[in-house]
Structures are given as C-alpha cells and as structure tokens.
Design a protein around this ligand. Structure first.
Ligand code: GAL
Length: 738
C-alpha cells in the first residue's frame, strides 16, 4: 500500500534541538517472513542478512517482495543518556520511515505500532516510538534488542531513511516546544518585510530565556540584522515576536530564530527564508493569456473561458467561431459544441477602457483533448481525506477570481468524496461531505471552470474509500451525468486483483477498461493515470489513452522529494506530446497539509521558484496543491507569471531535457513552438553560485534575445556566453530567441 498521510510534518532539518542522540544506524539484521519468536532478545539472529537502513529491502536482494519482514538490532542503552538529559522521563526510538505497517519490540515487549492492531492496515510513515524511561523493558547499561516487524504491500518495503533519522534520545526540554512561523509576511516599502511568529509549548515546564533573531544574506554571508529579546512561555501562554526588516534586495534572506532556555541551557533553532516577489504587477491594459490551441471532440460539450487580464470591465469578442459555439461577451466563456472535425482559427479580442488586445487561437475539433498540460487545482496536497464541498467551492471561487485570468481552469476533488456503500443499483454515490455533486459541478462550470474527480481501479482507493472495480462503466456514466471533466485514476488495492508480479499487460489492463468506459460517455473527460510510473508507464500510457500519467511516487514539501522527482525525468521526457504528458505529481507550494491542518510549504522561496520553473519546463500538468482560501502574495506571484506559464502551455508540447549536469548545477532546455527555447539554470548546491554558460554547450547558436521570464525583462548578454548569479536551490529561467 502506498501512503503519504503520515508524512513527516515536523520541521526536521529546519528545527534543531541540542539534546544528545545515540545513532541506531549500523548493525541491523534482516529476515523475510514472520514469527513471534523473532521478537525475543535471546533468539539467535546470527544467520540473518546484514542490511543497510539507508535503503528499502527491495533494493537489497528482495526485489518486489511484499509481505512480512523483520529487522533486529543489538544495542547497549547507556544510563549516561538519561543522566545528561534535563527531563528524564521518556526515551524515544526513531527508525526512519516504516513502509508500511510496523510493530516495534524492545527486548521482546511490544512498545509501539502504527496501526490499531492490524499491521496490514498500517500506512507508510515515520517509525518512531516513545516509552517511559522507567519501563522494565529497557535494560540500562546492558545490551538491548530492538526488533521491528514490518508488513509491506506494493511499496519498497522495510525501515529506511537518512542516517540521522535512526537514533535514540531522551525527550527533553525542547521536545515539546514549537516555533510557529506560518503567519504570512506583510510587504512594506523597498521590499521591507514584517511578520509575527510564536513560540509555544505543551509541556508543564515554565520556559524563560532569550530569543535571538538574526537575518543573514546568503549571498555574502553577512549578518544584516540581529536582536536578542527576553522570551518566556508556558503551556497555554505562547510568546509572540513581531519584527520588521527594512529595505531588502530582491532575494531570499535567512532568518534564524534561536531560543535558549536559561535554566536548562538547552537551545532550539529554526530557520526560515524570506519571500521575494519576482512577477511584475499585472498591467491594467488588456492582455490575453493561456494556450494558443484548444482541443475538443466533435459533438461534445465545449467550455472555455478566455484567460485575460486588465482592468475591469473587460469585454470579449471572437471572430470566426465555428458554428455551434457562442461567446458570452461579458465573461469570456465560450460554450456549445461543434459537430465537424477540423482546425478552426479564431481571432479572440479583449477590450477595456485602456485598449484592445487580440490573439490568434486555434480550436481543434478532433480526437485529441488536453493539447497542453492541465492547469488547475487538486484537493489532495492541501486537505487529504478531509476535503469537502465547502473547501472545493472556496478553491473554485479563488481560481475564478484570482487565477483563471492566467489560464488556471481545473478544480479537482481527490480521494475522500465516496460514500461507504454503492446505491442498490450499483451506482457510486458521494458521502455526506458532498451533499450534491451535480450542483457543485454546475457551480464550478458556471465560473467557466472544469470539474475533476478521483477513483481507483481496485475495490478500494488509497484512502480506503470505494474504488471502481467491476463498476467502471457505471462510474464513467455517473461522471458524465455529474459533468466531470477530469478523472484521476489511481492503482491502490488493484494490487489485490493483478498478479503479484504484474506483466506489462496487467499494468495496462485497468486503464484500458476505464478508457473503454469513458469512451462510451459523450463527454470530454481528461484521463490522468496515477500508478506511480509502474511498468515504465511513459512508454505506453499515451497509447492506452492517458492524457497524463504519474511517473513517480507521491511528492511531499521537501527539497529532497521535489528535486529528487523533478531532476530525474530523463527517460520519460521524449514521451511528452500534445494530449499526452508526463506527470511528476502535483505542486507543493503555498499552504499544504494533506489533512485538516495546513502549514507553509517547507520548500524555501527559491526552491518554490525551482519547482514552478522545472514543472513548467517538464510540460507537466500543473495542479496547485494548496489551500486556496489562504493564498499569500508570494504564492500568487508564483502562480500568475504568464511568461512562465506560457512555457508550460507551449503548443509544441515538448518536455525539456537536461543538457548540462555540472558539479552543483543543472541546465534544462525546452524547445518552443516559435523556434525559441526556454532555458532553466538550476543551482542544486548549498551556496550561491555565479554560473557562466556558453550557449554552444547547450547547442544554441545565433541568439539575439535573452529574456528573464520571472522578472519579464530582456537581459543584456553577448551571443556566446551567459553569466548569472543563482541562489542555492534556486533557478534562473530565461527564454532565448533569434
Ligand atoms: C495516492 C496518490 C495521491 C492521492 C492519494 C489518495 O496514491 O498518489 O496523489 O491521490 O493516493 O488516497
């Protein structure tokens, strides 16, 4: 089973406390199978396989193994660990991620598990256990045996993660202290910023000490601001710190918050990077955005809202619309249907009191839809299974008000909408969180937007809701009746139907079945495969009728996840083409959370510029994954840069390729319809870098114009080389043309 619900949502990496750790990295032994005796300390595990916890069991000789496996480690627990701690009550064992369900034993006693008694329903998540320091299970200053029993189905299997995720430590003074930096920044003059942050605790201890606030320029390493304040807080009485930083340059600075508790001497540190907005203000003059082409099948319902910016009121016009279509001049929404196949060139114009803008636009009535990657929103990364009708309406309204002018159109519900039982007739019904799916769909369409939904080919979805297995035709018909425009189709629990070692045909089968079902519905429904790239889906998903297909497992809001996915799409790239795109998963900018609570993405502002630039270069569907009810200025800047979006929406439909891989930086080039090229220069190192690129290294010759797309400015450069300064984990994205 694949799952991300229990993702590491604590600020690991950004938050460091100073208490002592004992590593649990070396010496693990492993065996597949299951036996109650393997928990016992005296059990002889000498013959077991030595295993590294940096990687899954599948990558260590157990390829495709699903089922039970046990890990054992013999380790002394020194009483010095307890003696050196300020709080001496509890000890914590951390063992990376468990993939999936796990039970943890200490000297034969069960001390923790990630499920309610049924290990097979456990989800992939942190493998972490806290026990009282006085539990008789611990043998202080003696050898102890930690045994982890894991059950995996479909995933990579085992306990694994970074080295520093394997350790034992006492729960100490700073373990229950939280820095909350989720409030938005307020933007002042000359790029000045201000904000409030809070420190709170759940522990009974009274914290009293100093909060040190420091701002560093990562380009020069100069400390540009520093201040130390008294700070005290206790349970229910947080400490709030409000600050302003004046006159900043247009780059991201590092804020370091350090709280030092006087009595214990313990410290807690958190860093945060300041946002900076690159996208220029939208002009008041009319401008038409969005793709140059739009595909619809003959006779099927047509719905397209012309994306345009400019001071309101705007009025819209379209010359040469094919018979069957009408344009609402006040909203820019085109509806109707066209019976005859063909390419219909249309001239669309938008007018306001400051002038008129026009653009050539081709309506392609034919067999291929989704000619450019889908632009929209999906509920999963924001709300997980807690999605409901109200949250979807907020997203739809925000897209209509703030984003549709830039081309954003899809409003997609992910898992969590399905009722526990089908109707007596076998039809799928929505649960109580979605009282009337048809009326929600009508609302989304009334805004000129498209409406998407999610299902799985197995009996159950990944979230444990009803899947479409053996009801595919019925479900496709229901989607048609509801007015669905986009179906994300997962894999979860289909593993129970497919053979344990699926062949290529087995991988294709559920998608062929649903494809055939969708084809019986007279409606354009974008078909998005979500099977994580199994069977190298990019080689066949287009032919099977997918408009997009996931190429990886689930993304999360960390640099490791985003960059690990985004910079490894080489084999997939040649398969992107109009109507069929690789999908490296949804966006993790803005406020994400996969559930009830949302937090600011843990990607730094520069990492977020990288994310949007890279996904645009990769011609990936862009599905916003944040709570659109709380859209801050920085996130809006990321999502409304028309020149960046145009790279993604280019009608040539090509995906960028990695043309340079150097120590610390990567260069991607995407061919564009107009003969120009989009070039992304990504600094993957930990420091600012000045990077010089010879155009010839990229196979680019004779260019005369270089435009910084984020800043929307032409740059002065010679036609041989390009020199630019790129922040750590950041990007410079340019368009070059002759
Ligand atoms: C996962 C999928 C996620 C989300 C989730 C729903 O398999 O990759 O994007 O759809 O299922 O349960």
């Amino acid at each position: 089973m694949k799952k991300t619900l229990l993702l590491l949502l604590l600020s690991a990496g950004f938050l460091t406390a100073s208490s002592q750790n004992i590593p649990l990295v070396n010496g693990w032994k492993f065996k597949t199978g299951d036996s109650a005796q393997w928990a016992a300390p005296a059990y002889n595990d000498q013959g077991w396989q030595p295993i590294s916890i940096l990687h899954s069991w599948e990558s260590q000789g157990h390829d495709k193994y699903d089922g039970f496996g046990w890990y054992r480690l013999h380790v002394p627990i020194p009483s010095a660990l307890k003696n050196k701690a300020f709080f001496k009550d509890s000890i914590r064992f951390e063992m990376g991620y468990g993939d999936d369900g796990y039970d943890v034993y200490l000297n034969g006693k069960l001390i923790g598990r990630n499920n309610n008694g049924d290990i097979k329903t456990g989800y992939y998540g942190l493998c972490k256990v806290v026990v009282a320091a006085n539990t008789p299970a611990i043998l202080w200053d003696k050898e102890n045996v930690i045994a982890v029993r894991i059950f995996d189905s479909g995933g990579k299997g085992g306990i694994y993660g970074d080295k520093d995720m394997f350790k034992m430590s006492m729960l100490d003074v700073m373990d229950n202290v939280y820095f909350n930096t989720d409030d938005d920044f307020t933007y002042g003059e000359k790029n000045g910023l201000s904000k409030s942050m809070k420190i709170s605790t759940g522990s009974n201890y009274n914290y009293k000490g100093k909060l040190d606030f420091k701002v560093t320029d990562p380009e020069t390493n100069a400390v540009i601001y520093q201040k130390t304040n008294d700070a005290d807080f206790s349970a229910g009485r947080p400490f709030t710190y409000t600050f302003s930083i004046a006159a900043l340059e247009q780059k991201s600075y590092v804020i370091t918050y350090t709280f030092t508790d006087e009595k214990s001497g313990e410290k807690l540190v958190k860093t945060e990077n300041t946002p900076y907005v690159l996208t220029p203000y939208v002009s008041s003059k009319p401008k038409i955005n969005g793709p140059d082409v739009y595909g619809v099948r003959p006779g099927n319902a047509f719905l397209y809202k012309i994306p345009a910016t400019g001071v309101k009121p705007l009025s819209y016009k379209a010359d040469n619309l094919p018979a069957g279509l009408i344009l609402d001049p006040a909203t820019g929404i085109i509806t109707g249907s066209v019976a005859q196949k063909g390419d219909y060139p249309v001239l669309i114009s938008v007018h306001n009191r400051l002038g008129t803008a026009s653009k050539k636009f081709t309506i392609k009535i034919g067999d291929v839809i989704g000619l450019t990657p889908a632009l929209g929103w999906n509920s999963w990364n924001a709300f997980g299974l807690s999605v409901n009708d109200a949250k979807v309406r907020v997203a739809a309204k925000t897209i209509a008000d703030k984003l549709s002018a830039h081309g954003w159109a899809y409003v997609n519900i992910d898992d969590g909408w399905e009722a526990p039982q089908r109707a007596a007739t076998g039809e799928i019904v929505a649960n109580e969180k979605f009282p009337d799916m048809k009326s929600l769909s009508d609302y989304v369409h009334s805004l000129g937007l498209k409406f998407g939904i999610y299902s799985s080919p197995g009996p159950r979805t990944c979230g444990g809701y009803l899947g479409s297995y053996q009801h595919e035709e019925q479900d496709a018909k229901t989607y048609g009746d509801w007015g669905i425009d986009y179906l994300k189709y997962d894999w979860c629990s289909y593993g129970e139907i497919a053979p344990s070692q699926p062949s290529l045909d087995d991988y294709k089968k559920p998608y062929q079945v649903m494809r055939a079902a969708l084809d019986k519905v007279n409606r354009d429904i974008m078909f998005s495969f979500c099977q994580y790239g199994m069977g190298d889906s990019w080689n066949w998903a287009g032919e099977v009728g997918g408009n997009s297909w996931r190429t990886t497992g689930d993304i999360n809001d960390s640099w490791g996840s985003m960059s690990g996915i985004g910079f490894h799409q080489e084999a997939e790239a040649p398969h992107a083409r109009p109507g069929h795109f690789n999908d490296p998963d949804m966006l993790v900018v803005g406020k994400v959370g996969w559930g009830d609570a949302q937090h600011n993405t843990k990607l730094t502002p520069d990492e977020q510029y990288t994310h949007i630039s890279l996904w645009s270069l990769l011609a990936s569907p862009l599905l916003i994954g944040c709570d659109l009810g709380h859209l801050d200025r920085f996130t809006l800047n990321l999502l409304t840069n028309d020149e960046v979006i145009a790279i993604n929406q280019d009608d040539l439909g090509k995906e960028a390729v990695q043309v340079l891989k150097k120590d610390g930086y990567l260069v991607y080039v995407k061919e564009l319809q107009d003969g120009g090229k989009a070039v992304g220069i990504f600094n993957v190192s930990d420091k600012y870098q000045t990077i010089t690129i010879n155009w010839s290294e990229l196979g680019i010759t004779g260019i005369t114009k270089v435009r910084d797309v984020w800043r929307q400015k032409y740059l002065i450069t010679d036609n041989k080389a390009f020199k630019t300064s790129v922040p750590s984990h950041g990007v410079v994205l340019v368009k070059v043309s002759k």
